[in-house]
Design a protein around this ligand. Structure first.
Ligand code: PLP
Length: 401
């Protein structure tokens, strides 16, 4: 007899971004020259000084269990980072370290959500937010934003979405999947609304803080409005800025009661994040940051390459993203058309399937992000691959009828 799966799991969709990457790898294995624009990780290497901190930790035998929610040295380094870069004063008892940004968000949700609790999520959203909320027994409620507002929500929309059941507002800037970054002024407008609703907690996801362009100045909610700090969990991690996706370190600063509850979750599930990775993260958060500027220059060049091709493809449009390494293209005018090879494009899932089949370009459909009709392109790949992908997308657009 087959094993019966839990009702909690039945509420959850598997990650669509991982599915696209998987499909692209399968085609590659068959010898097809697929350009994968699906991945959500920098193609750069982890900086040398970070690797060295990990090597030193191994050699020094720092390979045992650590405190469940983070080494004291790492918590100190995180407090230093929050103070230096975000003007936020946290003490170590207000810091949590987990095996990635994903578990940080999950631990906070599982520690706080009860059946019927609602979580507000601006859409297009990062694929995991609604699924994690469902897994934890809560109800995701999306606040749609479209291309006209650069995929950013307006304060009136936030206000209208809040109900007595609202527990959290999840706020991700710069955003995966749109790259939209909110200015301090735009965050202030949202904060004004939140101040009027004291029962709503704020979970910021600042994972892309350091990946920003054209002088965009990152700001986070608790920094912009200190009166919200007592009900804000400021989450971040080393995965993207330091190209450390495989090391698995995420962290958060927030009220001690919440941090303690998250520690309780970890104590009975994962225990600590890898000791060696934690030492690497100490190296990352206390070391030089000059490589960030260099890498951002490369990302910006790639962003502009892709934007030019999107804008040159009839029927596609995208706002200029302030940060992250994604472009979210609106493909509304393509829906209902037929491709050169006879695929009828019913929705964005069909668009991405046809792009993959006909032009061997893998992008993720907007449906995965609550952002139909559109698709996400990750430009964290080589210039050559992006130039070729751009040609193929334009050719696909020209073939539509
Ligand atoms: N938050 C956002 C917006 C992301 O895009 C990602 C990764 O794709 C994460 C969190 C999770 O990061 P980690 O790999 O550290 O779990």
């Amino acid at each position: 007899m087959d094993i019966e799966l839990s009702q909690a799991l039945a509420r959850v969709q598997p990650s669509a971004t991982l599915a696209v990457t998987q499909k692209a790898s399968e085609l590659k294995a068959q010898g097809i020259d697929v350009i994968s624009l699906g991945a959500g990780e920098p193609d750069f290497d982890t900086p040398e000084h970070v690797k060295q901190a990990a090597i030193d930790a191994i050699r020094a035998g720092k390979t045992k269990y650590t405190a469940v929610d983070g080494l004291p040295e790492l918590k100190e380094a995180i407090c230093g980072k929050f103070k230096r870069e975000n003007q936020l004063e946290y003490v170590p008892s207000q810091i949590s370290v987990a095996p990635g940004g994903k578990p940080i968000l999950f631990n906070a949700l599982i520690a706080t959500l009860n059946p019927g609790d609602e979580v507000l999520i601006p859409a297009p959203y990062w694929v995991s937010y609604p699924e994690m909320v469902r897994l934890c027994g809560g109800e995701p409620k999306t606040i749609p934003a479209d291309i006209q507002t650069g995929f950013k929500i307006k304060p009136e929309a936030l206000d209208a979405a809040i109900t007595p059941q609202t527990k959290w507002f999840i706020f991700n800037s710069p955003s995966n999947p749109t790259g939209a970054g909110y200015t301090a002024e735009e965050i202030r407008e949202l904060a004004e609304v939140l101040l009027r609703h004291p029962h709503v907690w704020v979970m910021t996801d600042d994972m892309y803080e350091h990946i920003a362009y054209d002088g965009f100045r990152f700001a986070t909610m608790a920094e912009v409005e200190p009166n919200l700090k007592d009900r804000t969990l400021t989450t971040n991690g080393v995965s993207k800025a330091f190209a450390m996706t495989g090391w698995r370190i995420g962290y958060a600063g927030g009220p001690a009661k919440l941090i303690t509850a998250m520690r309780k979750v970890m104590s009975q599930t994962t225990s600590n994040a890898t000791s060696i990775s934690q030492w690497a993260a100490v190296g990352a958060l206390t070391g030089p940051m000059d490589f960030v500027e260099e890498r951002n220059a490369a990302f910006k060049r790639r962003r502009d390459l892709v934007l030019a091709d999107i804008n040159a493809s009839a029927g596609l449009s995208a706002p200029v993203p302030e940060g992250a390494f994604y472009i979210f293209a609106d493909c509304g005018p393509w829906i209902g058309k037929t491709s050169a090879k006879g695929n009828s494009l019913k929705d964005d899932v069909g668009v991405c399937a046809a792009l993959l089949e006909e032009e061997a370009v893998a992008a993720v459909p907007g449906a995965a992000f609550g952002g139909s009709p559109g698709f996400r392109i990750s430009y964290a790949t080589s210039d050559e691959a992006l130039i070729e992908a751009g040609k193929r997308i334009r050719r696909f657009a020209e073939g539509l009828e």
